[in-house]
Ligand binder design. Structure first.
Ligand code: NAD
Length: 298
């Protein structure tokens, strides 16, 4: 049994930390949102009063936070991870963040004597709950190897990506493809209904045909077709439009830095921005289907 500190107990960190409890570890969790803490405690996580209490004596610290700014706050704050953890503690950031912040975390952790890896995940809330996430891990080989041992209860796939920040690079490119696939799925799904196809019949065809994608199989934006889809629950978030906008923005920033044209990605980014402008940023990103069927605020 190991002692795990977990910072960020939201849609992903909640079920991920629960799987660490189920694997027999002692998990000490902290989140600024008391509701997230209460849900984690119900799954067996021990609530910590702050980062200092969570990381004391921990073998490993996992962070699962929304954006780079939150990761900086948690790592660099006066009572943050680098100021309060023991340097023997392995640091694993599984948030999806910009490459510049990830590099800054690597550099600061190394300068303070810590081992640190960037280890973002793919698989959504359903994968987090089932313990079948894909982890992509960047950093020094020894630290990546140690992190792999801890990560196993949460993952179906653990893939070393190379040196510092390469995990984030892989994640950013993956999510660019995911959100383009989601937009394509929303358009195909609405058009199929308008052409008179039964929604289940069309899904049965597309899911075994060339229109298939993870978005289609997990986040189908039409109600009552796929059990894991937010469309069944009035778009209560599994992955918010705000986070989707953040992720596709990370891809666009990386593309501009490398002079890579992302004509489709830039367009899909506008769809998420429209949801945010309409006050729906906290809803699930698959709600972009409402921009196709015209039902947003209808
Ligand atoms: P979320 O907003 O549900 O959870 C993030 C949690 O971090 C919140 O509970 C928030 O209160 C907490 N937090 C923020 N600042 C904090 C601080 N200073 N100290 C402690 N806690 C703090 O987000 P999520 O959906 O769990 O996503 C987390 C990360 O994982 C994001 O980077 C996201 O892009 C990525 N991700 C999400 C999914 C998904 O399907 N939801 C899938 C893969 C990756």
């Amino acid at each position: 049994m190991s002692v795990i500190a977990w910072i960020g107990l939201g849609n992903m960190g909640g079920p991920m930390s629960a799987n660490m409890v189920a694997a027999g570890h002692e998990v000490r969790g902290f989140d600024v949102n008391p509701d997230a803490v209460a849900t984690a405690v119900a799954a067996g996580v021990t609530a910590a009063a702050g980062i200092r209490e969570a990381v004391a004596g921990a073998d490993v610290v996992f962070t699962m936070l929304p954006k780079g700014e939150h990761a900086r706050a948690v790592y660099f704050g006066d009572d943050g991870v680098l100021a309060t953890a023991d340097t023997g503690t392995l640091l694993v950031d599984s948030s999806t963040i910009d490459i510049e912040t990830a590099q800054t975390l690597h550099d600061a952790a190394a300068a303070a004597g810590f081992r640190f890896v960037d280890a973002p995940v793919s698989g959504g809330m359903s994968g987090a709950t089932a313990g079948t996430l894909t982890f992509m891990i960047g950093g020094d080989a020894d630290a990546v190897s140690d992190a792999t041992t801890f990560i196993e209860p949460m993952a179906a796939n653990i893939i070393p990506t190379g040196g510092a920040t390469t995990g984030q690079a892989a994640k950013i490119c993956n999510n660019l493809m995911l959100f383009i696939n989601l937009a394509a799925t929303a358009e195909g799904a609405v058009l199929a209904e308008r052409l008179g196809l039964d929604k289940q019949v069309f899904w049965d065809i597309a899911s075994v045909s060339s229109g298939d994608s993870w978005a289609l199989r997990t986040w189908y934006p039409i109600k009552d077709v796929v059990a894991t889809a937010a469309s069944n629950r009035d778009f209560a978030p599994t992955f918010t439009a705000t986070l989707a906008s953040k992720d596709i923005g990370l891809a666009i920033a990386a593309a501009r830095a490398t002079e890579t044209p992302l004509e489709i990605g830039e367009h899909v980014a506008e769809l998420f921005q429209r949801l945010i402008d309409e006050g729906e940023g906290g809803k699930d990103c698959s709600m972009i289907v409402k921009l196709v069927d015209g039902s947003l605020h209808a």
